[in-house]
Design a protein around this ligand. Structure first.
Ligand code: FES
Ligand SMILES: [Fe+2]
Length: 463
């Protein structure tokens, strides 16, 4: 079918959709869709007694905390003669531009023009762009949609709301240093490519095997009887599905084990449009041998070509009370194909690539490959294949939401419970074959614990 030129620029054609898909700025269809959701702006403790410049969804903004403790978020450029409010003075109810003293409250009204006549009409005419904010869960959130006076309620992300373990926020990139000691290699994790490359990678379960080459974990001795190393990782024998849910996408892999009654299930979730969730670390440890860790993070979308990752993890009150540690690692040392082996090799002096000797750490492997796709990948030149079911579904969900917003309809809904908590399920572990019915609501759940875990006496039980 030949698309008309007009259709090529709209969402009706795939090419038209691809043009909008990575857009984040104001006045774009992609950006309009993103503006229907709350976004993480910064951490609460970033806002001290100085203005805080921050770029969000392609807009340069300044956040500040008033003496009363309230957070304001205004356009960065002063409407007088364009000085940046990042150099302004925080005052009782707003911020004052340092150049000529024009002062703005948290909703963009000009409250003072000290060099102008007292009755100047200009004071009522000038409006500074502003956005509502909400502090919760250690973050400052912002809503950049049109209805600023009546934003939707902030969905409280489950990982941040949970009380059944210890929640930590991690900024920056931490890699294992000598002897496994964690080393902060970047204080903030800002990527110089479009956020969708990260999300597409997240629902691309095949890359876990091909890129990361994750193999049976090197478990501590006391866990080995409880971790079924008969898990079959042959790609052709796994059930591999991408499932649309109310809030986004679950990418699911179900592996056979030697016991036909027992399956190993791994689920990665992406909730519209900035929240990603998984269970455990590594890829093959079940919950019970992982201190029942829940992980994920939020994406702060800076603009079309930049985003920041802030990781969230919750270490639950686990069933496993034994030694923790090295079993988070990849394959057993000595296996020739392991990334650990490759990563251990010294960089070659003739390696001309930006990231020499990049293999061996999952975070770095993902970063390198995603960045190599380009700031905005030329997706029109791709050849999607069967392993891209998750990517294709993610694009369908984005396309539908972008089209809905362009047509005056709501994007994909975020459903919260009565307490405002937005529950995004993931699961990694062993489950009864009879419990697994791949579908939006029938997967084993990390919250209700329908998986194989240890009981208090150390027995392996389904619970
Ligand atoms: S430029 Fe801001 S008050 Fe003049
Ligand atoms: Fe990865």
């Amino acid at each position: 079918m030949v698309e008309s030129e007009a259709a090529e620029t709209g969402l009706d054609s795939y090419a038209g959709f691809l043009a909008e898909y990575p857009k984040t700025g104001p006045g774009t269809r992609g950006g309009d869709m993103l503006r229907r959701y709350w976004h993480p702006l910064c951490l609460s403790n970033d806002l001290k007694d100085l203005p805080y410049p921050v770029r969000m969804l392609g807009e340069d903004l300044v956040a500040f905390r008033t003496a009363e403790g309230k957070v304001g978020l205004l356009g960065a450029r002063c409407p007088h003669r364009c000085a940046s409010l990042e150099y302004g003075q925080i005052v009782a109810k707003g911020i004052q531009c340092s150049y000529h003293g024009w002062t703005f409250d948290r909703t963009g009204h000009c409250t003072a023009m000290p060099l102008e006549p007292a009755n100047t009409p200009l004071k009522a005419e000038v409006k500074q762009p502003w956005y509502p904010t909400h502090e919760w869960g250690g973050f400052v959130w912002c809503y950049m949609g049109l209805d600023k006076q009546n934003p939707p309620p902030l969905p409280k992300l489950d990982l941040l709301a949970r009380t059944d373990g210890k929640v930590t926020l991690q900024r920056g990139i931490i890699l294992p240093g000598p002897e496994g000691t964690p080393v902060v290699v970047e204080p903030v994790d800002i990527r110089n490519y479009n956020y969708l490359a990260f999300l597409e990678n997240f629902v691309d379960m095949g890359h876990i095997y091909a890129l990361h080459m994750i193999l049976p974990p090197n478990l501590p001795e006391d866990l080995r009887p409880y971790c079924d190393l008969s898990v079959d990782t042959d790609w052709h024998r796994t059930q591999h599905r991408a499932i649309e849910t109310d809030w986004g996408i679950k990418a699911v892999v179900v592996h056979n084990t030697a016991n036909p009654e027992v399956k190993f299930v791994n689920t990665f979730s992406v909730a519209m449009p900035i929240y990603y969730r998984f269970s455990g670390l590594g890829a093959r440890q079940a919950d019970f041998c992982d201190d029942r860790r829940e992980s994920g993070g939020v994406i702060r979308i800076i603009d079309d070509k930049h985003f920041e990752l802030i990781r969230v993890s919750l270490v639950r009150e686990g069933n496993y009370r034994g030694r923790a540690g090295s079993f988070y690692g990849k394959s057993a040392p000595g296996t020739p194909q392991t990334m650990a082996m490759r990563g251990a090799l010294p960089p070659k002096p003739y390696d001309r690539r930006k990231y020499p000797a990049w293999e061996g750490n999952i975070v770095l492997e993902d970063l390198v490959i995603q960045e190599s796709q380009g700031p905005i990948p030329p997706r029109e030149s791709e050849h999607l294949a069967t392993s891209d079911a998750g990517v294709a579904l993610l694009r369908r969900v984005w396309r539908q939401s972008i089209a809905n917003v362009a047509n005056g309809l709501p994007p994909k809904t975020i459903v919260t419970d009565n307490a405002g908590v937005f529950d995004v399920d993931t699961f990694k572990g062993f489950a009864k074959a009879s419990d697994i019915e791949l579908g939006p609501r029938n997967m084993p759940s990390s919250r209700d614990g329908r998986g194989l875990i240890r009981d208090d006496a150390g027995r392996l039980v389904f619970a």
